[in-house]
Design a protein around this ligand. Structure first.
Ligand code: ATP
Length: 292
């Protein structure tokens, strides 16, 4: 877990200082600056049913700012449903969603960008008839303020914004080492590159909370390792928070600071990778499967 550095003033201890200690003990200290603050995303008491099936039952999850929070569980445990609640695709019957301490009464998928959130989905959702760069521009354009009419009329601000968006999209592609594919069409590219394009599109919106659904699916071991480094880099270099739903246990154990484990729609464990790995309830849920 990333600990923010507290700017603590160090006061040397002297005899006089010791004599003052009683009085000082009554002085209220400001709250520690090392506290991570309210969760980047908090899901509390989330319950979802589909017909007669309870997909989630009273599930809690809090993404600590500047950390990667993994969600794992056997097939049918409720991971995708929880992810869809976090994205606003599924409205829970009961429970509360908060972002940085602010309760969101109703979360719609189109609210995500405005809330500083972005997601990638299992299906990549790329537009095949436009280039990689244009796909990424779709993610970047939440910052554009001129609007459709301004672009249509060719207003100078629209041209400037367009240029800035292209620069940002190109920058993200370069950062993910896929700049060489900017002018290509997604369908012509290998799957791991398309996965990066989908990630680039999410990052182009400059979110501080990234929701990733099965980012490693379909990737080989080398690509998965690179993905792990990339996710850790986002958190450590850019102070981003990540919620990661993933089947690949080795990736989850390597990149996550905290893990929530679901089984049959319930949260059966939560903790660090080491805690979760040795949790008897988790071992029982994964009976017959490798946990690490
Ligand atoms: N739209 C739906 N309609 C009916 N039942 C659903 C729907 N979506 C999910 N379910 C059911 O809810 C439960 C949780 O499903 P969910 O897809 O969230 O689990 P999961 O952990 O993501 O599973 P997997 O690892 O297999 O993708 C399952 O019993 C599933 O059959």
């Amino acid at each position: 877990m990333r600990i923010l550095c507290a700017r603590t003033k160090v006061v040397p201890v002297t005899a006089r200082g010791a004599a003052r200690s009683a009085a000082l003990s009554e002085v209220r200290l400001p709250p520690s600056t090392s506290a991570p603050g309210p969760p980047a995303l908090e899901l509390r008491g989330i319950t979802v049913t589909f017909g007669g099936i309870t997909a989630l039952s009273d599930v809690d999850l809090a993404v600590t700012p500047g950390t990667v929070h993994g969600v794992i569980g056997p097939n049918g445990a409720g991971k995708t449903t929880l992810f869809n609640v976090a994205c606003g695709f599924v409205v829970p019957e009961r429970g509360a969603i908060s972002r940085r301490g602010d309760r969101l009464e109703r979360l719609h998928p189109h609210d995500l960008a405005g809330l500083g959130m972005a997601r990638t989905l299992q299906g990549l959702g790329l537009f095949d008839r436009v280039t990689v760069l244009e796909n990424v521009l779709v993610g970047a354009d939440r910052h554009a303020r001129t609007g459709f009419l301004g672009s249509l009329l060719g207003l100078p601000r629209a041209a400037r914004e367009e240029r800035e968006l292209r620069e940002r999209a190109t920058d993200v592609l370069d950062r993910l080492e896929i700049g060489a594919y900017a002018a290509r069409y997604p369908a012509s590219l290998p799957y791991p590159v398309r996965k990066r394009v989908a990630l680039a599109r999410a990052l182009a919106a400059e979110p501080d909370l990234l929701l990733l659904d099965e980012p490693a699916s379909g990737l080989g071991a080398a690509d998965m390792d690179e993905l792990g480094d990339l996710v850790r880099g986002l958190v450590s270099d850019r102070a981003m928070s990540v919620m990661l739903v993933e089947h690949h246990m080795d990736l989850v154990m390597r990149v996550c600071d905290e893990i929530t484990v679901l089984d049959f729609g319930r949260r059966i464990a939560h903790g660090t990778p080491d805690e979760v790995r040795h949790d008897p309830a988790v071992l029982a849920a994964y009976l017959g499967e490798e946990v690490d």
